[in-house]
Unconditional design. Structure first.
Length: 299
């Protein structure tokens, strides 16, 4: 790692050492990351990836960490933060947002420009890039419904490329392999003119607030079943609401969430996740597929 620090310094790429899941994820706990790097240009990203490849260091992109659990053993590699890619602009009925733009900022911009696209998603604590990768969705709207194209950097070729929507394999909470081996630089979103963006956004914000727990979490732990039933329904039916492991809890407000009630660790989270998975399979024969992404040296 020492060589990497020197090379990053020489390349003038901002980075931090030994941040943990506490600083990097919305669960506010998890293992340590050797390096988090903050490139702000394609040139810097290219240089960074070159350094990682030359030194055989593993790396992956990260947005706002609202869907990622870093396991207790941490991640012995580089997380490439998107937050340096933060431009946003509008042309006709399309907004182009850097991958590191938060949904909150994208919504503020949308309100300023009477641009309707994101309203149903209001309140998801995510970056535009992370949402495009995960095909985040709520209240019947998914990112895949509004993405017109994504500009990506290919780790292998070092080239930048525009992927039109037709080439992105969107499915429920998934973009397939469309962004594998790629860093999303920016996302072009198609919308329509509307003067009701603010009231609609507030409406969905309030609906969300009534449903979701107030403690740190990663959102829904599991995907819905193929027939569209929330795993929270089965977890609740199994009597697991409010069950705790250390400082983590299967939320007593929404059984689909595991929350950090204070002092919860990544291990506590994983223990509850496994308990829920095993119980719904045993009691109802339901297969719980992860929605969250676990990364780290254990994986
Ligand atoms: C309270 C709460 C509520 C939530 N509600 C919802 C909801 O209603 N609907 C929903 O779908 N999700 C929800 N989530 C989950 C989460 O917000 C989404 O999955 C979101 O899309 C993750 O975005 P992020 O920026 O935090 O990405 P991260 O969690 O940082 O990363 C997620 C994945 O995207 C990849 N990634 C991130 N940025 C890039 C990039 N620039 N290029 C390539 N890959 C990238 C990462 O490598 C990782 O694989 C919720 C989470 C929380 C905490």
């Amino acid at each position: 790692m020492f060589d990497i620090f020197t090379e990053l310094q020489e390349a003038k790429i901002a980075f931090k050492e030994h941040l943990s899941g506490k600083e990097l994820t919305t669960y506010r706990a998890g293992g340590k990351i050797s390096v988090v790097a903050y490139p702000e240009s394609v040139a810097a990203l290219k240089k960074l990836v070159g350094i990682a490849m030359e030194t055989g260091t593993k790396f992956m992109p990260i947005g706002l960490g609202s869907n990622v659990l870093i396991d207790e053993k941490g991640f012995d590699g580089i997380l490439i933060s998107s937050i340096g890619f933060r431009d946003i602009g509008i042309r006709g009925n399309r907004i182009t947002a850097g991958s590191g733009v938060s949904l909150k900022r994208a919504l503020e911009f949308s309100v300023e420009h009477d641009f309707s696209a994101f309203e149903e998603l209001t309140g998801i604590p995510a970056s535009v890039g992370g949402m495009a990768k995960c095909n985040a969705g709520s209240f019947g709207k998914e990112m895949g419904d509004i993405v017109a194209s994504a500009t990506v950097f290919d780790f292998k070729t070092g080239e930048t490329q525009i992927l039109p929507r037709s080439e992105i394999a969107y499915a429920y909470r998934s973009s397939g392999k469309s962004f594998s081996g790629k860093f999303i630089l920016s996302v072009e979103v198609e919308g329509a003119h509307s003067e009701r963006v603010l009231p609609l956004s507030r409406y969905y914000r309030d609906r969300r607030a009534g449903l979701q727990p107030g403690y740190p979490s990663l959102g829904s732990v599991f995907k819905r079943t193929p027939d569209g039933i929330s795993l929270g329904y089965y977890i609740d039916k199994a009597g697991l609401k409010g069950v705790r492991s250390g400082g983590a809890e299967i939320s007593d407000k929404h059984a689909g969430f595991i929350v950090n009630r204070g002092g919860g660790s990544a291990g506590d989270y994983l223990a509850l996740k496994e308990l829920a998975r095993e119980t719904v399979m045993r009691k109802f024969g339901v297969n719980a597929e992860d929605e969250i992404i676990v990364i780290g040296n254990n994986e």
